[in-house]
Design a protein. Structure first.
Length: 354
């Protein structure tokens, strides 16, 4: 996905296969170098479109998975709330029995042992005791009714809130499913173009294939085990151990093939390589290129440190990992192995530190 191509190198590569012919006193030279440039531009455009769709679909898959988890949790909460309502209903039956018993007792005492009859007995203490008893019955009735009402309202509120949340979550997930279906359809519409691109790359001549692989001006790294700037023994001030080790992990995959949506351990797409390298350090970072740029601490390109992730192209459809010395390691395109290239060989959109 590079923009600063080694055009002169490409001309040199195809020059070896240029044949000349003398026709009517003139020399005809096939424009093979221009054809290679045009081919690379066309394939880059297709690759960027497919890469952008691939990143968007991965992000939607993550969102759908999160939404499903939320929906499951809300479903469990709703089930628990509804169970609480059932318990409250059972309690209500018990409370109602208590209330009915208290009321019946109060009624019997009023009818059969009325205050007037008691007063006629000529025993004031009995009057006081009876009045206290009837007052206790009234207080118990009020307390029991209050507890019943509170339990019923609390359980009903829980069930109502949980059921509303489930409906909202289902609506949200339906929206995500619709977006996923749309994007998946759009990606499917590109499959024929991607297949055509892959077939064309696979059928390139040796010279053309080399031009494709070298479009971002790759830099030879003879031994990835050599300490790189930002390694644990040469880390600049402020660089984390995880970031330094992530550089070594990414460099250990030099030469690995590109794979759409792949995150290792044998093949990678651009964000998949970043994700895998940090994962080896026990550090979890977002999975997609846009989220990787947005998820860390934003840094200026003038303040880059090894381990920083650089986002490229409008929409941040590509990422690479800064390794120091003005270089990044990245998984570029189909047909191009993981390689090290100049950090500014593609249009930079920003950088992020983890």
């Amino acid at each position: 996905m590079g923009k600063h191509r080694a055009t002169s190198r490409r001309y040199a590569l195809v020059a070896s296969s240029v044949a000349t012919a003398v026709v009517a006193g003139t020399i005809v030279v096939p424009a093979q170098a221009d054809e290679v440039d045009d081919l690379i531009q066309e394939m880059e455009a297709i690759s960027q479109q497919a890469g952008a769709k691939n990143e968007a679909v991965k992000q939607l898959e993550i969102e759908i998975e999160q939404a499903q988890g939320k929906l499951d949790a809300l479903g469990s909460e709703a089930a628990a709330a509804n169970a609480a309502v059932q318990d409250a209903n059972k309690s209500q039956t018990g409370f109602q029995g208590d209330v009915d018993g208290i009321a019946a007792s109060k009624y019997r005492n009023v009818q059969n042992d009325s205050l007037v009859t008691t007063m006629e007995s000529g025993n004031p203490q009995t009057v006081i005791d009876r009045a206290a008893y009837l007052g206790a019955i009234s207080r118990n009735t009020e307390r029991t009714l209050g507890e019943l009402q509170d339990a019923t309202l609390t359980a009903a509120d829980r069930a109502n809130a949980a059921n509303i949340a489930v409906v909202e979550a289902e609506f949200y997930r339906n929206q995500l499913d619709a977006k996923y279906t749309k994007l998946d359809q759009e990606r499917s519409s590109l499959e024929s173009q991607v297949t055509d691109m892959e077939q064309r790359i696979d059928s390139l001549s040796e010279e053309q294939r080399r031009a494709w692989e070298e479009k971002d001006n790759p830099i030879e790294v003879p031994n990835p085990a050599i300490e790189m700037p930002g390694s644990s023994t040469d880390a600049p001030a402020g660089a984390s151990a995880a970031a330094s080790s992530a550089v070594s992990a990414a460099l250990s995959k030099l030469g690995s093939p590109y794979g759409w949506g792949a995150a290792g351990p044998d093949a990678f797409d651009c964000s998949g390589l970043m994700y895998w390298a940090y994962q080896q350090q026990g550090k979890s970072i977002p999975r997609t290129s846009q989220a990787q740029l947005a998820g860390g601490q934003s840094v200026s390109t003038s303040d880059l440190q090894p381990g920083d992730i650089i986002g490229y192209y409008p929409g941040v459809t590509h990422v690479g990992m800064y390794i120091g010395n003005g270089q990044v390691v990245h998984a570029s395109d189909y047909g191009i192995p993981v390689q090290v290239v100049p950090y500014d060989s593609m249009p930079i959109q920003g950088a992020s530190r983890y």
